[in-house]
Design a protein around this ligand. Structure first.
Ligand SMILES: [Cu+2]
Length: 145
């Protein structure tokens, strides 16, 4: 990921109304109590401008289903952020894109725990799809990381 911010991007940040990105982004992350990669993911988000409250949940599957995410898209953690649900190890940039674009969807998800994504060790086997979760529609690809 690019660490330096270009002058153009900085000016865009200063001149565009982006309330979601103005301060720390508050998020609540429910995690499988037996999983440690969720903590790694929360730490990664904190380094990228998020304020994350982590809650261990024995009923994670129920929470996720109730949030409108189908079983096949479940991961080891489910995060609630600014009206959206984010499941799995989604890159901070993609979460910010979601909060900026604000599409009419329930949220976004990376099912399972693919290696090489933020908070997970190892090498990526290939591009990882991030799915858009909608109420009555089949999941579509929202972004690829
Ligand atoms: Cu995990």
């Amino acid at each position: 990921m690019k660490k330096a911010i270009s002058l153009g991007a900085l000016l865009a940040l200063l001149t565009l109304p982006l309330p979601a990105l103005a301060g720390p982004i508050h998020a609540t992350l429910y995690k499988n109590p037996h999983c440690s990669c969720c903590e790694e993911y929360a730490a990664y988000l904190r380094q990228n401008g998020f304020e994350v409250e982590v809650k261990a949940a024995n009923d994670l599957e129920e929470i996720t289903l109730k949030a409108g995410v189908p079983e096949q898209l479940e991961g080891c953690h489910t995060m609630f952020v600014d009206g959206y649900v984010v499941v799995g190890h989604v890159a901070a940039d993609v979460v910010k894109k979601l909060l900026t674009e604000r599409p009419p969807i329930v949220g976004i998800a990376i099912p399972g725990m693919p290696s090489g994504v933020p908070g997970m060790g190892g090498q990526k086997a290939g591009p990882v799809s991030i799915y858009a979760v909608s109420k009555d529609k089949a999941p579509t690809v929202y972004a690829v990381e």
